[in-house]
Every structure is written in C-alpha cells, then in structure tokens.
Ligand binder design. Structure first.
Ligand SMILES: [Mg+2]
Length: 420
C-alpha cells in the first residue's frame, strides 16, 4: 500500500499557525511581488477567490469580507515543510518528498489491518506538533492514494485519513471522480478523453488497454493500470534532481530599457546557475523570456522567448549569464513597459556524465574552481557577496507589503508571547 500526505491549503495554514486569530477567517497568500493568489484558506475559496487571480482585481472582495492578505514567506513555508516531512519520516518506513507540501509514504509490508490507524496517527501527530492540517490517502497505488487524499479534503468526517482498498469502494469513488482530476491527466488529455466520452476515472478504466496505449502511450497505460490497483509507479526515496530550473519574477515597477532588463536577466541566470551547481547538474539549454503586463488594457503588449542549445553542457555562471544576456539582446525591442522576465535552464544532466566537445575552447577546470570559490563565499558571507559585474551591485527589491515574520528561522523574528 502507498500513502499520500498532502497539507491542506499549505501556505495559508502556515500563516495561521502563528496567528490563531485567523482561524475561521478568509486568508490568501500572494506570489512574489504580491502579483497573484497562490494559496487560499477554505473560507477564501468559498468567497469565490480563484487560484492565480491577480491581486489588484480583488480589492473589493478583500475589503468587503475582511480577507487577510499575506506576501509569500518562503522562509517560513520551507521550514514548516521540513518539520512536517521529518515527522512523517518517523512514522512511515520511508517517504518520498514530492513537493513542498506533499509526500508519498511507502507502506508496503505493513499489516493492512493497521493502516487505517497508522494514517490517523500520522495526521494527528503532524497537526499536533506543527499545527498544519493534512489529508492522508492510503490505497494500493500512488495514483489511487492521490485520489483518496482528495476525498479526505472533501469529507471532513474522515478526520484526516482515507484508507481506500476494497474493490467495491474504489469503484464507487472512481465512478464519480472527474477524469481531469486524476494525477497525470493534463488539459490536453482531458479534452481528448472528454471528446471520446470518457468523463470519469471509472470510464477510463473501462477503455481497452490497447486503445489507451495507442492514444496515450505507455504513460497513459501506466495510469490505467494504477487505477486498476496495479502499482507501477515506483517509489523514489531520493527526490530525483530537477529536470528544469527556473528563476522568473514580476517586477516591482516596469522596465523599458535594455540596461534595466540586462541586469535582471543576469541576476536570474546567476541564481539558476547556483541552483544547478547545488544539485551537481549541467544544463544543455537556456531559455529567456520577457513580457509586458497582460492585464493592462490598451498598453502595447509584447511577449517573447528564445532558447539556445549549447554544444557543451555547463554550470558556469559566467557562461550561463553570457548566453542569457545574448538571448535577451537578440529579442529585445524598445517601446514596451516590461513587467516580467525569467531564465529557464533545461536539458539537465548530472555533472559526472558530461560530454566533451572537440572544439570547446573554455577552460572547464578553471571555471569549476572559480565557481566553487564563488559558491563558498556566498554561502559563508551571504548571497550577493560575490557576483559577476553584469548582475549589478544590488539585488532588485520585491514588493512584499504583507510579509509575516520568519517565526521559525530567525532569532530576531521569533514569536513573542506575553504572560500576564
Ligand atoms: Mg496541498
């Protein structure tokens, strides 16, 4: 059996842990630069506030219903996530951290009669020690465990854990479960399946496997088998290295000159390169994009992106920034007020499997040594201690007008309790 533990409304719940007066009241969390909504408490969902909705469109609702607004506080969420994961790994034999607020639990080999109890204990323990409410689904496959955890959220009576294993229970659930909500079904497959009359997960299980294989490749077939309670998605103890590394930002104010964008792109590219080296990776592709504010009606719009494939994969900040800036220069047009840009590294492989190029002129060992020194300095003396000139001296400020304290990671900001 597999378990899936998902934290309910994770970012909003983190804010609530440190300010219990928010209990029962609508809470939303905004993306970097207070751009749009990235988390909502149940009360905020009931007000009809959508995921990804731009903040500026919500002022009326916020005022009218007294919605509590927070800027994303990733220092806090990251630390709370580590606490949740560490508790889970003490309860389950092994866990696979799937995202900041989700982990799979490896429950194979445990007496099935004990699983319901184990799930409820896990949910209680996490709630008691961290204050974060979670939904745990337990089922014969990862895909079914995901569905069970969703049910848990829909039915508070389940009290944090839904153990779904009997064939007739699974069938009952799948018959009502929209195909688009199944793990791994993206918008494209959802449209295709709906066109073919497949509306629920159950309908999908009734399609012949050959049809699934033909229309949705082996990935779709694997999903089909998983819904038939045949486990075929492996458990991964170590989260695999990221296949894609991105740094993208909305600006605090529009930028219209090449100089302004140049500095930003250089900073984002340097941040990506640092993340890449931390996972001992090399990248073979770099993408840069720039765009104007699509919500600003009447303003001239521009959205461009360009990709370069490298002949030799690299993790050097010097090379990655150089390529990123060259891409920017090749596509930049003046006359637009740009408000968002980003750098994305892809085609990522491990740095012990690098392929040499006969015509490569860069001195790789020298680059490696330099980058190791840069990373060590920045780790010891704080970020932006050493950088390359085109990044500029100062990191760009972000709008974070509703930021809560770093309660758990900074002694200066620790929570204060008054005793009377
Ligand atoms: Mg969640």
């Amino acid at each position: 059996m597999y378990g899936l533990c998902d934290c309910n409304n994770f970012y909003a719940s983190c804010e609530r842990v440190f300010d219990p007066s928010l209990e029962g009241r609508p809470v939303i969390v905004l993306s970097n630069n207070d751009g749009c909504v990235i988390a909502r408490s149940n009360e905020a969902k009931r007000l009809g506030i959508g995921m990804g909705e731009p903040y500026f469109k919500l002022s009326q609702t916020i005022r009218q219903h007294g919605v509590n607004v927070f800027s994303a506080n990733f220092a806090l969420y990251g630390d709370m996530s580590r606490r949740v994961m560490s508790l889970l790994s003490r309860i389950a034999p092994a866990i696979e951290v799937y995202s900041i607020d989700e982990a799979f639990l490896d429950l194979r080999g445990i007496d099935p009669k004990k699983l319901d109890r184990l799930g409820h204990t896990a949910a209680d323990t996490v709630r008691r020690y961290t204050g974060i409410p979670v939904s745990i689904g337990i089922a014969p496959t990862k895909t079914l465990a995901k569905i069970a955890s969703k049910l848990c959220k829909r039915y508070p009576k389940l009290d944090g854990c839904c153990y779904m294993y009997r064939q007739e229970d699974i069938e009952k659930v799948l018959r009502k479960y929209p195909i688009g909500d199944v793990w791994g079904v993206g918008a494209r497959w959802e449209r295709m399946l709906l066109r073919c009359g497949v509306a629920t997960a159950w309908d999908f299980t009734q399609m012949p496997p050959e049809w699934v294989r033909r229309h949705m490749s082996l990935v779709g077939l694997r999903m089909w088998k998983e819904l038939h309670a045949e486990a075929c998605i492996d458990f991964e103890n170590n989260h695999p290295a990221k296949k894609r590394i991105a740094t993208t930002r909305s600006f605090d104010r529009p930028a219209s000159t090449l100089d302004e964008l140049h500095q930003r792109i250089a900073q984002y590219a340097a941040a990506c390169a640092e993340k890449l080296r931390r996972q001992h990776g090399l990248c073979g592709e770099i993408t840069v994009f720039i765009m104007t504010d699509r919500f600003k009606e009447g303003a001239p719009q521009c959205c461009r992106s360009r990709l370069v494939k490298l002949s030799v994969a690299t993790s050097s900040t010097l090379e990655i920034v150089g390529h990123a800036v060259a891409l920017l220069k090749s596509m930049f047009s003046s006359g637009f007020a740009y408000t968002r840009a980003g750098v994305i590294l892809s085609d990522i492989r491990s740095d012990d499997a690098s392929q040499q190029d006969l015509f490569d002129t860069a001195d790789r060992t020298k680059h490696d040594r330099l980058m190791t020194a840069v990373d060590a300095l920045n780790a010891g003396f704080g970020r932006h201690t050493v950088g390359i000139a085109s990044e500029g001296r100062e990191p760009f400020r972000m709008n974070r007008n509703h930021l809560s304290p770093k309660y758990t990671t900074d002694w200066e900001q620790i929570i204060r309790v008054k005793a009377h």
